[in-house]
Design a protein around this ligand. Structure first.
Ligand code: TXA
Ligand code: MG
Length: 314
């Protein structure tokens, strides 16, 4: 793929490429997405193809704002309240599809629902407005691998593929959006992410059911080993054994090859996580040992990703 610096000309070029059915990787505040015109079935099919993504795993559709989102899905009062509070931002809502919206059937993988997100990143906003089409975009990595937080990560994963990359520098948050759906009237956390459970529950005035619990079904993309480097992961490690690289967190860990946040700040750790995994993986170590990370705030999503990265591989 070809990387373009952020400029009005390049945004216009990327928007035209999208409208013509091409792929454009673009920054969001969470991670980089691999975008296609959501109304173009062939373009959407090429996203699945390039990523080697299973066709049962639906894509998120990106829109500039709530007004555009309402054309694609049916909003309940709860959905309105979250969108009004957290959009544009790191929240994805899974809602009933609106008939005749023009979104290709491949996008929601045959489900009656559709996942929508209005990202906050100015380049993502500019691309959405300039192209005038809803953009279907999964994270811009090969299926099962580590999500990209730099344009360079996308280049590495998709060297030799066709398409453009808009370079917006490092993704500020570094973890994917939080995915929320509904089971009847009950809100369900389908994927933990950049927006914390605490923030969402406060806005909803209700507890979020956990996907996969008795009350709530699982999101199709959440079943498998995911976010995985080449190396295997050993979690809750206090030190590196022979031949391991140690990924540390906080002031007390000794001998870390990389410390996600020496100060013990979960926001800093989230921003560093994926680049750190790529860096340690590139050294060729067989195992990355990971220090314990507290499960509060963004720690819930960090630990979710680490558990999936450590899961047995496909
Ligand atoms: O931060 C993010 O969310 C990034 C940026 C690019 O927006 N995107 C991203 O996309 O992480 P992806 O494809 O890697 O993850 C999308 C998740 C998957 O777990 C998928 O199964 C779930 O959203 N999803 C999409 N549509 C769904 C639907 N209709 N019902 C349930 N889950 C859905
Ligand atoms: Mg992904």
């Amino acid at each position: 793929m070809k990387t373009l610096a952020a400029s009005p000309d390049n945004i216009a070029r990327a928007a035209a490429h999208l409208r013509g059915g091409g792929l454009v990787a673009f920054p969001t505040e969470t991670v980089y997405g691999l975008g296609a015109d959501a109304t173009n079935a062939l373009a959407v099919a090429s996203v699945f193809d390039v990523k080697s993504r299973p066709l049962f795993n639906p894509l998120i559709v990106h829109v500039p704002d709530l007004a555009q989102a309402e054309k694609l899905a049916e909003f309940s009062p709860g959905a309105y309240s979250l969108a009004e509070k957290f959009w544009p931002g790191a929240l994805t809502l899974v809602l009933p599809r609106r008939a005749g919206s023009g979104v290709a059937d491949l996008v929601p993988a045959g489900l009656g629902t559709i996942a929508l997100r209005a990202p906050r990143h100015p380049l993502a906003q500019a691309l959405l407005r300039e192209s005038g089409c809803p953009i279907a975009a999964p994270s811009a990595n090969r299926s099962g691998g580590i999500s990209p937080t730099l344009a360079q990560h996308v280049e590495e994963d998709f060297a030799g593929e066709e398409g453009l990359i808009l370079d917006g520098g490092p993704s500020e948050v570094g973890l994917e959006s939080t995915v929320v759906g509904w089971n009847g009237k009950r809100p369900v956390l389908l994927r933990s992410g950049a927006l914390t459970r605490e923030e969402l529950e406060q806005a909803l005035g209700a507890r979020l059911d956990q996907a996969g619990s008795a009350e709530a079904p699982v999101s199709p993309g959440q079943l498998e080993s995911h976010y995985a480097p080449r190396a295997s992961l050993r979690l809750d490690a206090q030190e590196a054994k022979d031949g391991e690289a140690l990924l540390g967190f906080g002031p007390d860990i000794v001998g870390a090859h990389y410390n996600l946040s020496p100060a013990g700040d979960l926001i800093e750790a989230a921003a560093n996580l994926y680049a750190a995994l790529r860096l340690l993986d590139a050294t060729g170590v067989r195992t990355i040992a990971v220090a314990p990370i507290p499960d509060r705030g963004l720690g819930e999503a960090i630990n979710d990703r680490l558990r999936r990265a450590a899961a047995p591989r496909r």
